[in-house]
Design a protein around this ligand. Structure first.
Ligand code: NDP
Length: 485
């Protein structure tokens, strides 16, 4: 039932008589409690915000499609990757990590790169960053790490002391710190950066054979970064610079695109590769496992409503489809829990039934009720399993591929502790100008650290990556270069 007038209504659909003046007892009397339109309007306004994400709060999103350019069904049975030319609708949310909802876009920070593919077999979420690695490799360190990126509990100020104290005591962070402090730490726009799945995942084909896989989205716009002075100026003048750029580009039909590539590792290589392939602080050398193109992602539609789509979008690295599974990466294992949990807290138990998150595939299960239940909630259909009423049932061919485990249940550390070769390789592949800017950025970021002990410990890590790298930072900070780090 819809009316063809344009009357303003309450949320219960009744026409509103006056939306400019509250109802008062006489023209100068107090406002009446019986002005229920006023009560509802104020009460709803008080509830306009859902809790902001603890991390990745500031974001921008867009709709688009993914098109397969190379059939890799010999590696995965994932239906959306199965045929050249197959298109799958998707939604992406880019974000900064540490800042709050209203914080500036042009800060030095990794960028979230979260993609939701609405496949015919359910939603597949690839929840990555614009960097191929991460600061830590075990989820048990994540709350501590993020505390160092947030505000001091007393001053409510950002705290370089905490940042570098944690990093210097967690040398596995060195690779990501080096990338973050390089030119790529402040992208020119969200369109001019790559995206990475970062973790290792497992692909399984129709015969049940598995390979390990890493994802790389390569920007077709080319990598461009912001000059630090310009970034600082923009942070003050236009804190929404990246959000605005993405919206305007799509609005005028200049659709950004990325080529999705994968690296494929045979399962048995994981036991002998020179780095632990499940350690998210490491990359797999592209000389060992070259990039293989899979498809193209194009962003061609802006959200119609920021809150409904971008803010309420819920991504989880645990939203897999048949043919794509988890790896033993300990950071991924923790995220499999943490993301779904964050969304149940932030948006609610039924977050997957909101339009932006609702799969295009039919959802048939026995979940019922909960806050904000949409639709008919299954009506009177059978609401338990197993049952004799023809309700939806499991399909054994969609079980994850079985895999072997061994060893003692223990809180064991990663075996591989070379935190230095890969950041050193990165330093060595930079041009002299890029190295100069990298050193300048690090010196600028470390200068406010109160304790020399922290600075010296961190310089030792840079030195181990490459002696020249460590010496230049020590020099910039006016501290002795380590002779025997
Ligand atoms: P390769 O020479 O085969 O690859 C180097 C990679 O570095 C390319 O992906 C290149 O891709 C990327 N790159 C180039 N300049 C920069 C930069 N300023 N900041 C970040 N990335 C850059 O060597 P390897 O695969 O053996 O890797 C060597 C080092 O490159 C690694 O230690 C790692 O630090 C870095 N790297 C490696 C990646 C990988 O997946 N192997 C991915 C990204 C970085 P492009 O210029 O298109 O971005």
């Amino acid at each position: 039932m819809s009316s063809n007038n344009n009357n303003l209504t309450t949320s219960w659909g009744a026409p509103v008589g006056d939306n400019q003046n509250s109802m008062t007892a006489g023209s100068r009397g107090p406002t009446l409690l019986q002005d229920v339109h006023l009560l509802e309007k104020l009460a709803h306004f008080n509830r306009e915000r859902v809790p902001e994400r603890v991390v990745h709060a500031k974001g921008a999103g867009a709709h688009g499609y993914f098109e397969v350019t190379q059939d890799l069904s010999k590696y995965t049975k994932a239906n959306f990757l199965s045929e050249v030319g197959r298109r799958t609708p998707m939604f992406i949310r880019f974000s900064t990590v540490a800042g709050e909802l209203g914080s500036s876009d042009t800060v030095r920070d990794p960028r979230g790169f979260a993609v939701k593919f609405y496949t015919e077999e359910g939603n597949y979420d690839l929840v990555g960053n614009n960097t191929p690695v991460f600061f830590i490799r075990d989820a048990i360190k994540f709350p501590d790490f993020i505390h160092t990126q947030k505000r001091h509990p007393q001053t409510h100020l950002k705290n370089p002391n905490a940042v570098w104290d944690f990093w210097s005591l967690s040398p596995e962070s060195l690779h990501q710190v080096t990338i973050l402090m390089s030119d790529r730490g402040i992208p020119a726009t969200l369109r001019h950066m790559h995206g990475f799945g970062s973790h290792t995942f497992k692909w399984v084909n129709a015969e049940g054979a598995a390979v390990w896989v890493k994802y790389h989205f390569k920007t077709e716009q080319g990598v461009k970064n912001l000059d630090v002075e310009l970034a600082a100026k923009l942070a003050g003048e236009n804190p929404d610079y990246h959000t605005e750029d993405l919206f305007n580009a799509i609005d005028k039909g200049d659709f950004p695109a990325w080529r999705l590539h994968v690296q494929i590792m045979p399962v048995e290589d994981a036991n002998t590769y020179r780095f632990d392939p499940f350690d998210v602080t490491k990359v797999w050398s592209q000389k060992d496992y070259p990039l293989i193109e899979v498809g193209r992602m194009v962003l061609d539609r802006n959200p119609e409503n920021y809150f409904a789509e971008v803010e309420q979008a819920t991504f989880s690295p645990g939203s897999f489809v048949p043919g794509i599974e988890a790896s033993p990466d300990k950071m991924l294992q923790g995220r499999l829990f943490a993301y779904g949990d964050a969304h149940r807290h932030r948006v609610g138990a039924n977050h997957n039934s909101l339009p932006i998150n609702r799969p295009k595939a039919d959802v048939k299960n026995y979940q019922r009720d909960g806050a904000m239940t949409h639709g008919n909630n299954g009506g009177g259909s059978v609401y338990y399993e197993p049952n004799s009423y023809g309700g939806p049932a499991e399909s054994a061919q969609n079980k994850p591929a079985p895999f072997e485990v061994s060893g003692l249940a223990d809180s064991s550390a990663y075996d591989h502790n070379d935190h230095y070769t890969q950041p050193g390789d990165l330093y060595r592949l930079l041009s002299e100008e890029e190295r100069t800017r990298l050193v300048r950025n690090i010196v600028g970021a470390m200068a406010p650290v109160e304790r020399d002990e922290i600075k010296i410990r961190q310089i030792g890590h840079f030195y181990k990556a490459d002696p020249e790298f460590g010496q230049r930072i020590a020099e910039g900070l006016g501290l002795p270069a380590p002779s025997n780090p």
